[in-house]
Design a binder for this molecule. Structure first.
Ligand code: UT7
Length: 333
């Protein structure tokens, strides 16, 4: 459901940061691993390279780097963080949460911590969840992280998925704002009937890990690419229109669109459908691939670091992915 945000108290993104691991995998490397080509990947997805975490590294390790940057740029101390929300589908362990590990590793001694699983929509969900604690006055500093090590659930013999995915982390600090910053309207949505469009079939309570699940490779992610592509373009365009209508804002007044980076052609499709000038759509999929929950905060941090985003501007965040799920918000910077 699309709702207008109650902005009695403003929320600002006071700091942000991102981190990707060192090892870079380009399309030529992938040509040596599966039956694919640099040309196919570039034409069909727009991806040139992505980063993969080394063995022995977990999601919380990437999240430490992005979160310390966000905390530093917000000008607070680690122990000032009141709450940590980590959006991820690849926590270090099924139990405990990645957020618990992150809390300890950064020494956020006062913070509560939990994970949120909304696939590639995770950061959009986390941003709106975290904002509620600021808007209702409960907390002063909320750390929202999007992190995924999709390489850990990727079958590197499956060309349908392995060419798309990359590892990364992005973090923001949310704070109260006396001005007009924050969400103007948002929607969080789900179409759980399409749960198997993007799925890791084994390792959960229904089909726990077993010798059979290993043999069937059902602990890896499987995706109906065409169905998800269609959903991503059509649903994202429709929901963006709904949220704009709720906020009573014309599309041409949005300064930048931060859309989940899953495929360049999805971004082009949304841009065409809604007649959004290409210069307003932020793009970095060529350099990182699809980093799932990390994609939006990485995109945001790069734009902030480049000085693109200015006080008072209107940003539109849109996440979509496994669930199927989506989350869209219009945010005044
Ligand atoms: O984060 C949210 C989750 N994910 C997404 O949003 C992904 C959404 N889907 C997509 O981005 C696209 O559907 C893909 C990139 C996954 C696939 O692109 P497509 O244009 O939809 O290709 P397709 O699945 O229709 O396959 C076209 C052909 C097939 O061959 P035939 O049947 O025409 O002979 C595939 O077998 O391309 C083949 N193919 C490949 N060829 C070379 C599929 N993957 C590859 C590959 N390299 N990596």
């Amino acid at each position: 459901m699309t709702i207008q945000a109650n902005n009695n108290l403003g929320v600002k993104i006071a700091g942000c940061g991102f981190f990707v691991p060192e090892r870079k995998l380009n399309n030529l490397d992938l040509e040596k691993m599966v039956d694919t080509s640099d040309e196919w990947i570039l034409q069909r997805t727009g991806i040139k390279e992505r980063y993969l975490a080394a063995e022995g590294v977990g999601s919380s390790d990437l999240a430490v780097h992005s979160s310390l940057q966000a905390i530093k740029s917000a000008g607070i101390r680690n122990e000032d963080v009141d709450l940590i929300i980590v959006a991820t589908v690849t926590p270090d362990y099924p139990v405990p949460s990645c957020a618990n590990l992150l809390q300890d590793k950064i020494g956020a001694t006062r913070a509560g911590a939990f994970d949120l699983n909304a696939g590639c929509s995770g950061f959009a969900y986390g941003l709106m969840t975290g904002s509620q604690f600021i808007i209702n006055g409960s907390y002063k500093n909320v750390l929202v992280v999007g992190v995924d090590l999709l390489s850990r659930i990727t079958d590197f013999t499956d060309r349908n998925t392995c060419v798309l995915l990359g590892d990364g982390a992005g973090s923001v600090i949310l704070q109260r704002d006396e001005g007009e910053s924050g969400p103007l309207a948002f929607t969080l949505g789900s179409d759980g009937g399409k749960y198997d469009n993007i799925i890791v079939p084994a390792g959960g309570s229904l089909h726990p890990a077993s010798i059979t699940s290993l043999e069937n490779k059902s602990h890896y992610v499987r995706m109906d690419g065409r169905a998800v592509f269609e959903f991503a373009v059509n649903k994202t365009a429709k929901v963006i229109q709904e949220v704009l209508q709720q906020a009573a804002i014309d599309i041409e007044h949005i300064d930048y669109f931060l859309l989940h980076q899953a495929n360049l052609r999805i971004l082009e499709g949304v841009s065409r459908k809604l007649k959004i000038p290409w210069s307003k759509i932020l793009v970095n999929i060529d350099r990182y691939g699809n980093t799932s929950a990390a994609s939006l905060p990485i995109l945001l941090t790069e734009a902030v670091n480049e000085g693109k985003i200015k006080k008072g501007q209107l940003l539109l965040f849109a996440g979509f992915g496994a669930g199927l799920s989506w989350g869209v918000t219009i945010w005044r910077w």
